[in-house]
Design a protein. Sequence first.
Length: 256
Amino acid sequence: MGKAQRMYRKSTRNNYSGTSLYKNPYTGIVKCADCGSPMFAVGGKKYRRGYNCGNYLKNGIKGQNENRKRKRKSEYTDLGCTASHFIAEETLDQYVKTFIARVKEKLSEALAGLDVEKSIESANADRMTIRDLEKEKEGIEAQLDILAEQRIEQIAKKPNRKEQIARRYDELEEKLEAQIENIDLRITYLSDQSAKKKELKQSYEEVIKRFDELLQKPSFLKTDLNTIIREITVDDDKVVTIQLYSDITELFALAE
């Protein structure tokens, strides 16, 4: 505890405001899984670079905060964390690369599945396409025009039965209009499905390309991580949990 805390206090007293020698790409992203505190960069030229729980660096082990001046022995003992939760930066890099590789594999499989599905749709296109539906709709609309003409002729021939004739033609027209409405829904559905699959395919391709670029890097910059990772947590047993941003998480869920 002593070395890490001394390094932390020294860094907080440094008034240098120029360009930092170490970029600390995980600052603001990695957090302690046990107390929720942000984890801060420690180490540098002489020490292994990594991240420690900020609560631990400031307050020490929970219940053992003897470094703090206090009026009563019980004061401040609820501060601190269970351990330093130290994790090396290169270890975080490896966790992130492994995680990205696994997500990329799932997305690649999903992308291949979309291509197979596209082939199946093409084989079935002759049975029902948007063009076929539009032609069917045109035929029904032509029937409506004929019914309108027939209605006028029938009423002209039998004006004394005008109400009965109108009810009869109303029923026929309602049935045809319901068929048109159903066709419109099917056309909209097919159009939307095609657009969604095209958009989904493009999203998979863009994320896979981005993941490929990241996997080629020996280490990450903060800008690399901020584009895909919302949060990383590290617990006392060094179990690392990575949470992606919601849009990538949704793509990953679709690929499961």
